[in-house]
Design a protein around this ligand. Sequence first.
Ligand SMILES: C[S@@+](CC[C@H](N)C(=O)[O-])C[C@H]1O[C@@H](n2cnc3c(N)ncnc32)[C@H](O)[C@@H]1O
Length: 322
Amino acid sequence: MFMAGTTVCLAQVSWVVRAAARRASGGGGSRAATRRLLDGRRRSWRPESPAVRGPMQIHSARKATQQRAQRGSPARSTAMAASGEVKDIHTKESTKTLLKNEALYEYMLNTMVYPRENEHLRELRLITEQHDYGFMLSPPDEEQMLSMLLKVMGARNTIEVGVFTGGSVLATALAIPDDGKIVAIDVSREYFDIGRPVIEKAGVAHKVDFREGPALNILDDLLADEGNEGKFDFAFVDADKGNYGNYHEQLLRLVRVGGVLAYDNTLWGGSVAMPDDAPLTEGDREIRAAIRAFNAKIAADARVEAVQLPVADGITLCRRVV
Ligand SMILES: C[S@@+](CC[C@H](N)C(=O)[O-])C[C@H]1O[C@@H](n2cnc3c(N)ncnc32)[C@H](O)[C@@H]1O
């Protein structure tokens, strides 16, 4: 993630600068449409004030950089402490959520995430960050959480909807046993080919069954074989948000009772809780509507036990109970 520790700062900064230059030169003409299709990604920033002028873009490198500068810099924290502007952590009025600023996030990355990051995951992250759509990669703290979950569950067979360069696929492949398998689905083989050499170098390529095409069709193909019903332990969904509800119906048949379905980006940069008329871009407005509808569906779904995690851009875990 570009706002992370000093070890990756130069690569991150160069990517941010290039991306900003492209935008400034008007080079991003069709990016919004492409982004809607591909589905953008997290940045763990908090909702803007409604006073912000012009439409906000929920996930962009520039936005996160601005917010870090405005809110969470260590310098600002130090100044707050010096001026006596220090608040109780827990009060009747406060909400019990962490990650109140980017400095806290950087602290978490630097203490617990980067020092334990697998060398191949790190290599793939640095490569992906150079890509125009590098922001779509799952952040390393999310990969770490997925890895822990998969190991605790003893997951063997998994499905991934939305692979991109393969960050979460590699995290999964490293976490499941040697005879485990991931059915990894993406409309673009080109993206996967960027990360494939790293997955091979990590010695886990034999666990990845990459399938190119629209996920709805590929999941239908899997369902056509009765032997696949209830065969999978885990599914991770990180693709087009408008189809999350459809993927849920398909995956509930493919994942076993007791298995887990994980959905990414279910807080969409905090926009789900912003006023309806918050100044969002048209693309973010559409994705927010899709995510809100999906969250309402899951909240009312008695077939699963569900939990909303405020990790990364929001992850919803569903355990199939019937
Ligand atoms: C956010 S990225 C996935 C990131 C990945 N999980 C990771 O951790 O790095 C979303 C991916 O979903 C893919 N995608 C979008 N719509 C899709 C669809 N209908 N079927 C399959 N893949 C799709 C895009 O090509 C893109 O690579």
